[in-house]
Write a protein that binds this ligand. Sequence first.
Ligand code: GLN
Length: 502
Amino acid sequence: MAITLPDGFLSYCKEWETRIGAFIEFKDEPEGPEAGDLSPDLPPIPPETAPLRGLPCAVKDNIAVKGFSLSCGSKLLEKLRSPYTATAVRRLEAAGAVVIGKTNMDEFGMGSSTDSSGIKRTNNPWDQSRVAGGSSGGSASAVAAGIVPFALGSDTGGSVRQPASFCGTVGLKPTYGAVSRYGLVAYASSLETIGVLADTVSRCRRVFAAIRGKDPRDETTREPPPGSPPLYGAARSKGRVIGVLSPEAVARAIAAAAQEASGVDALQTAAQAAVLEDEVAQAFRAAQDRLADMGYTLVDVEIPSLKYGVPAYYTIATAEASANLARFDGVRYGKRPDWAENPDDLIDKTREAGFGPEVKLRILLGTFVLRSGFQDRYYLRAQRIRSGIRRNFEELLGGMDYNGPPPPCDGILLPVFPTRAFGRGETGLSPFAQKAADLYTCCANLAGLPALSFPAELVGGLPVGVQLLGRAFSEATLLDIAEAYEAKYPIPHPAGYRPFWS
Ligand code: GLN
């Protein structure tokens, strides 16, 4: 099932790719799945996804596509080829889309810039001296450059939404359990979901409609609860009341917590990292004004537990990562050393040479928070904070039961990341500041809720996204609001962009 690529498309891709380095693997003649691979065990794909037929798409290199690389951005898995295809991708293929390549990422999804990739460097299409964001930076830059109309990424703490904001694309992190994780190489299983990066909101909706649904291969998946807003059709809910989270109040709360624990320098850095860059603050205000003009009612909301979100996120994510990454031992997968003294030495040498510094740091952190006798102090406490965050959101947005009284808000507006795409070296953000800056994204993962990042404005030549976070299985509401915004404020494109797929 080969697709016909438009004239001039391949040279357009080559030109962009030398500048942005989005792909780990790219097929000039994409073929799609063999007929036998489109087995009939898949539930029917909704008819609204028909326009996806014949479109090329890109897939982050931690999501399995048969015959393609599955490096996870790691040297350790650089030579691995996937023997099978993830459910989300099979569903896209059943809808007629064709995978054209695998995209670069921070190693195992750990990072916010894609600079932690062990394979190559990815640049931002708007300014090649800046990062594309991460960890799904390759997918975001490929979409922003117009190489593909959409791509899959994965989001554990912001890895779809943050690069979407940096590159000026739409980025959806679905409700936990809405999309099968079968075929996604696990980083932190209780937090992560496969997500969508797309050039427009309507395309994002279509891709989400194709990939979501219960999958017997992932027991955490489920169908949307009765009464939840449908993605298509007349009964589409129109969100009306948008809660606005004040970034100033969040930054103040973190600064106050840092003050209490005076003497811990890292907390001061964390407090600074939470403050929005002027350009981001400006775009966030503009988005509020515009939504108000469009007729939405904006109300101020608070999420008191948010100030503890980042420490809770990094405790849980690293704990799960240390367990999930234990399988990469050079025995069953991975690049082995030429020679080892004994099996233990084989494992040590494989992991020492194969994992990059960020991954090693997180494995150490994870084993530290899980070590015997200390689980109460770190891991269980983080789980309590996680429950608190979920409760705070539920009070504002409602829970899974759609038959109760309407909740106070239809969605919550918040920034995606405190900065626009940052540079490297002196002009960059330290790895610690990057982690601290995950506060606006990681809360949706901790609570298992859907969140959508969409381009709000171009400030100083760089895109800035804003984020809408919603009740479980209310993706349709978030997409409706963003689609109305996009209709009035169209998504801009970087210089040199050609609309091959519109
Ligand atoms: N920046 C976050 C981290 O490094 C997000 C990662 C992700 O969502 N995969 O963990």
